[in-house]
Design a protein around this ligand. Structure first.
Ligand code: NDP
Ligand code: VSD
Length: 322
């Protein structure tokens, strides 16, 4: 009996510690507003970025968008004007060009929320993929985001009494788990996570909150292109998490950004994936921290089942080929 009680206490220990900690370190919930504040969205002329720009404009934000193609930017500007009645500023810039990025950010005025959403994806097996394509993804997705943040930070830090700021980075579920055909793309997105974890520690003192967004496959013009040449196995494995509409992803992303969450999953599978891969990333919500701690074990089992299933598909695919 005494032994049973001791065992029960032992089991309850992690929960008791958590509840105790909740009382001392109660994290204050941040609300990072959009209304009348400046949000700067890269890749804002298409897909998820365009949906983000639209919804932010609807919420009363001052919106700037940046992308390369000026025609697509103009079309985006007109479509946002039509659906929200608001004017957005457009900047035709390649994120790989640091000087041009710096100039656009300076010209756009003080930024409250920077959304680094530009991204390119060309899936292929590493052995077949030309090095130029690998470098292209690393340069646009990872280095481009370094360029943006490096240019924006000095100005974001000195926003003088404008309330909390935010830096949001568009990753992908392929930035939480490596997927067949995505060696370069996953590397670029995993890289963003390392950067974001370090950056959050560096900028919290200026009341700037970093958010990493992890969408599954999302119906966008870029995805339609990708789908034409995606290896079959990539599609089979990615299907484990279903597909979303750009508007749904944008809605989840804006909600995550406004609540100052570090990890922002977009669908149910994404939530499980985020807990299974939480690692040492920060967590502001006590409720989520609690959920993470109690479900992590069972989610590791689920993760292994997914992996076994994926390796099964890979094996089947090889035996069918030979
Ligand atoms: N769709 C999906 O399935 C998923 C997408 N994501 C991520 O979401 C983000 C947006 O994807 P999605 O909406 O599908 O993409 P789209 O291809 O539809 O749009 C990409 C946007 O980025 C811009 N862009 C691309 N390269 C550059 C560059 N070098 N400099 C400046 N702007 C650039 C494009 O404009 P332009 O070409 O004119 O420069 C366009 O506005 C990406 O980071 C992607 O990795 C994550 C998970 C799933
Ligand atoms: C513990 C339980 C785990 C639960 C489920 C795991 C499912 C993982 C699926 C990963 C899908 C990756 C899609 C990437 C989409 C993308 O980025 C491209 N379309 C290019 O933009």
């Amino acid at each position: 009996m005494a032994l049973n009680l001791l065992f029960l206490l032992f089991l309850l220990l992690p929960f008791s510690i958590l509840i105790f900690l909740a009382f001392i370190v109660r994290p204050k919930p941040t609300k990072i507003p959009l209304k009348n504040r400046h949000i700067f969205i890269t890749g804002g002329s298409s897909g998820i970025g365009l949906a983000l720009a639209n919804q932010a404009a609807l919420e009363g934000a001052r919106v700037s968008i940046l992308a390369r193609n000026p025609t697509k930017l103009q079309e985006a500007k007109e479509s946002i004007k039509l659906s929200t009645g608001r004017d957005v500023s457009v900047f035709s810039v390649d994120v790989r060009d640091y000087e041009a990025v710096e100039k656009a950010i300076r010209d756009s005025g003080p930024i409250d929320t920077l959304v680094c959403n530009q991204g390119v994806y060309v899936p292929q097996e590493l052995e077949e993929q030309p090095l130029e394509e690998i470098k292209f993804m690393i340069d646009v997705n990872l280095m481009g985001t370094f360029n943006l943040i490096k240019a924006a930070l000095p100005l974001m830090k000195n926003r003088a009494d404008r309330g909390p700021g935010s830096i949001a980075i568009m990753s992908s579920q392929a930035g939480q788990v490596g997927i067949y055909g995505y060696s370069a793309y996953s590397a670029s997105k995993f890289g963003l996570r390392g950067m974001a974890e370090a950056l959050q520690q560096e900028v919290i003192g200026y009341d700037i909150h970093v958010s990493l967004i992890f969408p599954p496959d999302t119906e966008t013009p870029g995805f339609a292109e990708e789908n034409k040449k995606r290896p079959q196995l990539t599609s089979v494995i990615a299907a484990s998490s279903g597909a979303m509409k750009a508007e749904e992803v944008a809605k989840k992303a804006l909600h995550g950004i406004q609540s100052g969450s570090f990890i922002v999953p977009c669908n149910f599978e994404g939530l499980l994936l985020s807990i299974a891969t939480a690692g040492l990333s920060p967590q502001r919500s006590f409720l989520m921290a609690f959920a993470e701690v109690v479900t992590i074990g069972i989610l590791r089992i689920a993760a292994l089942c997914f992996q076994w299933n994926w390796y099964g598909s890979i094996e089947k695919w090889h035996s069918r080929k030979s």
